[in-house]
Design a protein around this ligand. Structure first.
Ligand SMILES: [Zn+2]
Length: 376
């Protein structure tokens, strides 16, 4: 006996069509479609074996009761016409598996309580960013040393995705769980360090502001970008940094200090009125002429931030180093896949090493995301 929803989940996770799945398993496309729509399916051992093999999952995976589908969340906001639907589904399924692992572990561990504010309906992005900083326990001013860490400390589960498409699928975010009170931020690996920070801040905006459906998708995206700028580089800070004529060479050190791309800093300078429209255009043209639109200077100045919380939870429950066989008893996936998953998250030593401060004088190093075993 297997669950139809698990077959569909595994198939979409692997980016397979029903036809290809049927072919591999010796079943018709119609039979696969039928299986996927049936809650509980009786299937012969031989067929089950072949189906699991085609889907590259252990038989036990298909026999495990499924959770509800992961909500699309902010995935629906982006204009991703150029991105094929199967890729989006694959990313969503991948995030779905990680959230199942997280939710299971959260029944045994107590994590930080969720402190991501609900600011639906607010349209002043400066105010929204300030209120969010405050809710997350961040100071109103100054650079944010590590954005992913700030999210994790505020109770969000940051998921490191294997599925990633350069510039098209960086991240998405959604509220999960029966009460829709668990914020998830699945994020692709491979972006530049400054882009990961901006993307994570953009998704934070969606969690804070865009829970209710809205038809004006362009406005939603603009708001999220605006919020990210205000969150990373608050207006008062920006006003005091942009006192001299804004040039590309003056922006380069600000990139390292504030952890934002030079391109984003140009937008920020325009936002706070330090440059006018003409200067903004001119700076963007110069950026292109120097080849910085493809790669800005300072690309290797910092390590890209990696999430930590999910791996930390695994270490607490399955040992450090993580006993993958024990983990696989709770989450029936092949060890190789679980190992790849684990490696996308920071381990404790690399996490500490990556606390390279944004400012030369440094900030107080953050503490690890707090988790402790639930008292039963
Ligand atoms: Zn967005």
């Amino acid at each position: 006996m297997i669950y139809g929803a698990r077959v569909r989940q595994a198939r979409e996770l692997r980016g397979l069509t029903q036809t290809a799945t049927g072919k591999g398993a010796g079943l018709s496309q119609g039979r696969i479609a039928q299986i996927e729509l049936t809650p509980i399916v009786e299937i012969s051992d031989e067929n089950l074996e072949r189906l699991a093999q085609t889907l590259k999952v252990p038989v036990a995976f298909l026999q495990r009761p499924p959770l509800e589908d992961l909500a699309e969340g902010s995935m629906q906001f982006r204009a991703r016409k150029s991105l094929p639907a199967p890729v989006l589904r694959q990313a969503r399924r991948e995030a779905e598996i990680a959230r199942e692992v997280a939710r299971h572990m959260l029944t045994k561990l107590e994590g930080p309580s969720v402190r991501i504010p609900d600011l639906r309906g607010m349209h002043d992005m400066g105010e929204a960013a300030q209120l969010t900083r405050s809710a997350l326990g961040l100071p109103p001013h100054g650079p944010i040393p590590r954005v992913l860490h700030a999210l994790e400390r505020a109770g969000a589960i940051v998921i490191a995705l294997e599925t990633w498409v350069d510039g098209k699928l960086d991240a998405f975010s959604t509220w999960d769980g029966p009460e829709l009170d668990l914020p998830l931020v699945p994020i692709g690996q491979g972006s530049s360090w400054d882009r990961i920070r901006f993307t994570a801040s953009h998704e934070l905006a969606h969690l804070v502001l865009h829970r209710a459906p809205c038809s004006d998708l362009e406005k939603i995206e603009q708001e999220a970008d605006q919020f990210a700028g205000e969150f990373l580089f608050p207006r008062e800070d920006a006003e005091s940094e942009f006192t001299k004529t804004v040039t590309l060479s003056r922006l380069a050190p600000l990139k390292l200090k504030w952890g934002m791309s030079i391109a984003s800093l140009i937008f920020r300078a325009a936002d706070v009125g330090a440059i006018d429209q003409r200067q903004k255009t001119s700076l963007h043209v110069q950026l292109g002429a120097r080849g910085w639109r493809k790669q800005e200077p300072g690309a290797d100045a910092r390590e890209p931030e990696q999430p930590r919380a999910l791996r930390k939870m695994m270490e607490l429950l399955y040992g450090d180093p993580i006993d993958v066989r024990r983990l696989a008893e709770d989450f029936p996936l092949y060890a190789s896949e679980l190992t790849r998953m684990i490696k996308r998250y920071a381990d404790a030593p690399s996490w500490r090493q990556r606390q390279r401060p944004v400012q030369p004088e440094g900030q107080a190093p953050g503490v690890l995301v707090p988790f402790r075993t639930r008292a039963n």
